[in-house]
Design a protein around this ligand. Structure first.
Ligand SMILES: NC(=O)c1ccc[n+]([C@@H]2O[C@H](COP(=O)([O-])OP(=O)(O)OC[C@H]3O[C@@H](n4cnc5c(N)ncnc54)[C@H](O)[C@@H]3O)[C@@H](O)[C@H]2O)c1
Length: 259
């Protein structure tokens, strides 16, 4: 068990990568605060963890609201007495041609994907520093932080921002013994992936052509990378984004077929 006696908070943990991460953390011995804006699906993740013999609680939290994020971190400290690992994972995606992207969508995506990571990291780190906890923070970026598919201006910009925020947090928090890293997944077979594909029917074939391994990842494969960064195995990693992407970032993209 790699996370024995650790308390972990995972945002966006009701579905997909966050849910797989919460389950894996609990299987590795962590006490997990499962957090999401969706309480029904979040409680179901907690129930599954408990059925498997793990320890978890649900705390509702919209990561765009500082008061809710602060309450989330306080809940972990109140219930489990520590705050060792925090995963800022909640995210949304929206596909629109750049010329049609409206202000509201731009702000919404940036608010959840980038401001949410900022608020989660800052509220967590302030409490870690105050208690002398040498914690680990893992942000969920995307391979889109470094190579970008078209029609995803807000999403791609938000994830590039997460990479730079991760590096800056790592520099500013190193003196407190807090490590900050990120994962940059390629396509992952989650609800987000399915909804992106629904907005873009040719997306599945394009995904295959852009992925040397010719498949999407399972959420558990991303959770394994997050576990590594959160664990003491990554004790000399900080300011890094690692890319479980099936080889996508190693290859050049084709110019998309035009209508
Ligand atoms: N699925 C992919 O292909 C893929 C690839 C790269 C990166 N990612 C990133 O992985 C992370 C998780 O995505 P996923 O694929 O598991 O998606 P998902 O849609 O399956 O899960 C995302 C979760 O975040 C929650 N959420 C959304 N907005 C929130 C908010 N404001 N506050 C709190 N919770 C909120 C949702 O309720 C949901 O449970 C995201 O940051 C996403 O950008 C996903």
């Amino acid at each position: 068990m790699r996370l024995q006696n650790k308390t972990a908070v995972v945002t966006g943990a009701a579905n997909g990568i966050g849910a797989a991460t919460a389950r894996r953390f609990a299987a590795e011995g962590a006490k997990v605060v499962v957090s999401d804006r969706d309480p029904v699906a979040g409680e179901a993740v907690v129930a599954a963890i408990r059925d498997s013999g793990g320890e978890a609680r649900f705390q509702a939290c919209d990561v765009t609201d500082r008061a809710q994020v602060a309450a989330l971190m306080d809940r972990a400290l109140d219930v489990y007495g520590s705050l060792d690992i925090v995963c800022a994972n909640a995210g949304i995606i929206h596909s629109t041609p750049f010329l049609d992207l409206d202000d509201e969508t731009w702000r919404q995506v940036l608010d959840v994907n980038l401001t949410g990571v900022f608020l989660t990291g800052q509220e967590a780190a302030r409490r870690m520093v105050a208690r002398g906890i040498k914690g680990a923070i893992v942000n969920t970026a995307s391979v889109n932080a470094v190579i970008v598919p078209h029609k995803l201006a807000a999403y791609n910009a938000s994830k590039g921002g997460v990479n730079q925020l991760t590096k800056t947090m790592a520099l500013d928090l190193a003196e407190y013994g807090i490590r900050v890293n990120a994962v940059g997944p390629g396509s992952v077979a989650t609800e987000m992936f399915r909804s992106a594909m629904l907005q873009d029917p040719e997306g599945v074939e394009r995904m295959r052509l852009r992925t040397p391994m010719e498949r999407a990842a399972e959420p558990e494969e991303i959770a394994a990378a997050i576990l590594f960064l959160a664990s003491d195995d990554a004790s000399y990693f900080t300011g890094q984004t690692i890319y479980p992407d099936g080889g996508r970032s190693a290859m050049s993209q084709m110019v998309p077929k035009r209508a």
